[in-house]
Design a protein around this ligand. Structure first.
Ligand SMILES: NC(=O)c1ccc[n+]([C@@H]2O[C@H](COP(=O)([O-])OP(=O)(O)OC[C@H]3O[C@@H](n4cnc5c(N)ncnc54)[C@H](OP(=O)(O)O)[C@@H]3O)[C@@H](O)[C@H]2O)c1
Length: 236
């Protein structure tokens, strides 16, 4: 299978790229900085640039005929309600949602033609509501909504659409926004029944299940990989 991954240079995206490559799949990864040892083809791009990403998605989709897409790039822009600027809010919606929409539109025509495709989002447990994450949580909730709408729209085309919603995961993104010793890090860990953060590989395993695993009858779902955080909080 050939899989396109946004935000592939670090953290969850890189771990998923490695796991897919170990399983014999071809990966095309996108991010601003190229890692030394990327396990596939890597293209450098700033995904906050709308026109550049549209051009690259179209070029790659034409060249590679993707079987799967992981919409993984994410922007947090944390702020208390009274300090959120519209610019920061729009930036989250742009990188987290509009970029995913463009990437998906680029890969779906080939998936429809071959009657097989796997679309996966990296959402977040913040969809449950977390202080100071308004822009991020709204856009991650939008991913859950995309997942459900597109699952229905694409169900008869052999294309599944699912989301993986991580709890706190030991990555640069999490460590930057929640440094060791910070109040927010302690609050996150305290709220996790397993009392630990997750590993990128634990998220990669869930992504691989939806991207290349035997998950063909599962669509429109959001899988919380969160050390038990959502259990007891969300309705069934
Ligand atoms: N870690 C967590 O606790 C956690 C929890 C819930 C959800 N998530 C979600 O998981 C996803 C991956 O995050 P992560 O934790 O693995 O973070 P990470 O280790 O910081 O990785 C983020 C990836 O996105 C890329 N990226 C960021 N901005 C970009 C831009 N403008 N253009 C191109 N690439 C860009 C980064 O590469 P460059 O910097 O090289 O561009 C990197 O490859 C995100 O959607 C995040 O919201 C993470």
């Amino acid at each position: 299978m050939k899989i396109l991954i946004t935000g592939a240079s670090k953290g969850i995206g890189l771990a998923t790229s490695r796991m897919l490559a170990e399983q014999g799949h071809d990966v095309v990864g996108l991010a601003r900085t190229e890692p030394d040892d990327f396990p596939g083809l890597f293209r450098k791009i700033d995904l906050s640039k709308e026109a550049a990403r549209k051009t690259l998605f179209a070029e790659l989709a034409d060249e590679h005929k993707f079987d799967g897409l992981l919409n993984n790039v994410g922007l947090v822009n944390p702020a208390p309600l009274d300090e959120i600027t519209l610019e920061d809010f729009d930036a989250c919606v742009d990188v987290n949602l509009r970029c995913s929409l463009q990437a998906t539109q680029a890969v779906v025509p080939h998936m429809k033609a071959q009657r097989h495709g796997r679309i996966v989002f990296t959402s977040s447990m913040v969809v449950a509501g977390v202080p100071y994450r308004t822009s991020y949580a709204a856009s991650k909730s939008g991913m859950v909504s995309f997942t459900r709408s597109w699952a229905l729209e694409l169900a008869t085309h052999g294309i599944t659409v699912n989301a993986v919603a991580p709890g706190p995961v030991e990555t640069e993104l999490f460590n930057t926004n929640n440094p060791p010793g910070s109040e927010s890090r302690a609050r996150y860990i305290e709220g996790i029944p397993m009392k630990r953060v997750g590993l990128p590989e634990e998220l990669a395993a869930a992504n691989c299940y939806f991207l290349v695993g035997q998950s063909g009858f599962t669509t429109g779902q959001t899988l919380f990989v969160d050390g038990g955080y959502m259990t007891g909080k969300s309705a069934l």
